[in-house]
Each structure stands twice: as C-alpha cells, then as structure tokens.
Write a protein that binds this ligand. Sequence first.
Ligand SMILES: [Ca+2]
Length: 284
Amino acid sequence: MPPPPSPSVSCACGSDATSYSTYGSAVNCFGANDVTNLEVMFGGLAIDAGPREFYTMCSDYDNDGVFRANDLTNMKRYYAGLLSPAAWVLAGRRLSISTSPTVKALPSSSATTIKVEPWTSSGGAQFLKIDINTPKNKPFTTLRLVLETDAVIDESLMQAYSFIASDTLYPMQAGTGTFKASAADWMDYSVTLNKKPAAGLPGFVLVLSTASRRASPAELYIKLSSPASYVKTSSTAPIELADGQTPSQLMTTPSLTSSLTPIGQPCNSSIICQLRHYWVQLRA
Ligand SMILES: [Ca+2]
C-alpha cells in the first residue's frame, strides 16, 4: 500500500476562490469569527491545535512561515475590504501543514524603542506608562507587547472610567486595564489581554490590533493592582510591531528600556533603579 498523502488544506474559500476560507468549512469564507480567533491566537490565549494550524498557515499573509503582527494587520485589512487576498491564496496553492516553521532573525538596528516606567495617578493608583517611539517616527499598526514582570494588571470594569476627571485618562478598551491620555487617541484599535502568557511565566501579553495606521510617538497606560519591581522582554515571545505600509510588514523587533531592570541585571545610570535595588536588598 502506498503511504497516505500528506495533509493539505486549501486557504481559498470553497464558494469563492478569490476569498480566504473560514476555519472548518469547505464552503464558507473568512468571517468575523476568524478575526476573533486570530486575535486570541496571537495573544497567546488557548486555541485548539486544528484552528492554530489552519490560521498559522492560511493567515500568514506574507507567507514567511510565521504568523506575526503584520499578518494580523493585513488580515484585518482584508476583512475590512481594504486589501486583496495574498497572491499565493489567489493562485489556489494548497499547502502542506508545516509543524516547525522557521523564525527569521530580524536585524536589531533602527529598532523602535518601547519605554516602560511606573506612573502614579493623582489619587495614588499604580500604572505602567508605555512610550513607543518608532525610527523617524514612522507610522505603525498592530503591536504585541509581551512583558515578563511581577506587575499584576487591574482590568476591572469599574475602574475603567475612574481617571477621566482626575487624570484625563480614558479607557482604551474597558475591561483590559489599558488607558490613553486622549479620547481620540488609538482609534480603531482592539485590545486583547492575556494575564497568563505561559505556565510559570509571570507577566502579560497585550495585543493592540488595527487595520489603520497611527502616528508615532504613542503612549498608553496600564492600570495595576500590584506594582512592578521589574519588567523585561520575554525569552519565548518577542515584542512585535507591524508597520503602516500596505501590505503591512513587520518592523525590527522593538527594544525595551526601563528603570525597572530585573534584579541581578545592571542598572546603568538610573538613580531610581539603583534605589530600588538597594530597597529590595534591605527587605531581603
Ligand atoms: Ca508572516
């Protein structure tokens, strides 16, 4: 008996070869459920192996083997009618399922800087303030912010509108702990929060996804129920930022700066960092 053929999936819709297929249907086309599933998957939230394989393969817009921030921007644009399907889908190619995609190393020069610092509201509430500066202030789209930290996000709905009068802070999306300094900022973004990115790994994943590009610099605030003594990038999932081009492309992996350096790592010249290390040693 010959071996069975390798599994293959068509990424084109069964009833319209010029559209993307939805997950789990030979006939129906890409829909709102698929956009939701992409945000869930990219936020590192639980999703079954079947849809994960399907989306990793079929929603990989630039066909580089990995689903990343630029692919999420492009699939949202596609769903909004702003972008055609990728050429490889229109060609009707059927792809074998790959279980070990290759992650390309990205150059570290000209990286976006993401600065993370503690911030306190006028009433004493604790936040992280996030400042994003892209090279030459190029516009950007989707951001996946992955931080290892002992900070705990307070996503309570009751707090979402508590800082408008006192601190001019508006909720980015109520129920996710995210805030912005202007009601008109971060328009068209949707927020996905994952407070448990991986077993035994303290921190969070925040996906800010959009089809519309926005200006740099940008800032946002994250409300905390427990303040951070350190923040650092994740060893397993990099911060990702997609650019504003059409179609969108992944920008160089952003670099993280913070006075909240992990204990045991050098403080550079930050007085706040040195004082905090001294305080932690006193308490130990
Ligand atoms: Ca990709």
